[in-house]
Design a protein around this ligand. Sequence first.
Ligand SMILES: Cc1cc2nc3c(=O)[nH]c(=O)nc-3n(C[C@H](O)[C@H](O)[C@H](O)COP(=O)(O)OP(=O)(O)OC[C@H]3O[C@@H](n4cnc5c(N)ncnc54)[C@H](O)[C@@H]3O)c2cc1C
Length: 231
Amino acid sequence: MQSVTLSEMALFTILSCCNISLGFTLTDSAPDDLPPNVNAANASVEEMRAFFSGWDPKLRKILSLADSCTKWKLQSSDQLDLPAWVHPQGTFCLLGDAAHATLPYLAQGAAISVEDGGVLGGLLSKIRSKKDVPRVLALYEQMRRPRTSAVVLASTKQRSIFHMHDGPAQQDRDRIMSTQYPPQPGHPNQWADPVMQEFLFGYDADNEVERTWNDVQLRGHHAGNVMNYAR
Ligand SMILES: Cc1cc2nc3c(=O)[nH]c(=O)nc-3n(C[C@H](O)[C@H](O)[C@H](O)COP(=O)(O)OP(=O)(O)OC[C@H]3O[C@@H](n4cnc5c(N)ncnc54)[C@H](O)[C@@H]3O)c2cc1C
């Protein structure tokens, strides 16, 4: 798959700290100097410490204890016009990051990948013949595209919110984050936004499959004809 690298973005993952098996990630706009087609590589702790030299002393103290780190490329499909997830012959399909690479700011990439698997498995459990596979794959893509696109875009939006430069917008963000309780719709931390919470965590792949499949039946299509619905 063709992928888009956010050229100004990379991410440091500290592998070991104080000889304890401890790992955490730090993200900021770091230059992406990894070679093409290399998604992660060892990085120097000096480079990492220099990059975060202006940050809070507590963070710098933690970084001073690290003895190794890696650097990851961050990729997002929001700039990718992937024409289809399903092969024209209906013989295979994409799921997970291959279909919708997502920035980690909402921590949802794996979650929506697992949802893909749940929906795909649920739909495949409905078929009666191999002939139905291409049709069901088309229905899978139709069911999953809108939701995964929304999560990808929301993750990219959260990056912009977290990475604001100092100024009025940043002050507004910090004021709401520190004073608004309970969080209201539109809260700058989308994880705390009650509408977003319901969207992110209220999805039930099994229910979605049943609802969509029943809809297919109501429209008068039996399983062998589900492609008519998916078109
Ligand atoms: C720092 C960071 C933090 C994250 N935190 C979260 C989180 O908290 N919650 C969350 O939901 N998501 C999180 N994610 C996102 C999550 O890791 C991914 O969305 C998820 O791993 C995607 O799963 P996948 O199976 O689609 O792809 P991958 O996990 O990338 O798996 C693809 C596999 O295919 C293998 N492969 C590649 N090419 C070939 C080939 N040619 N032949 C054979 N094998 C091949 C790879 O080695 C890999 O094992 C995070 C991501 C990052 C980078």
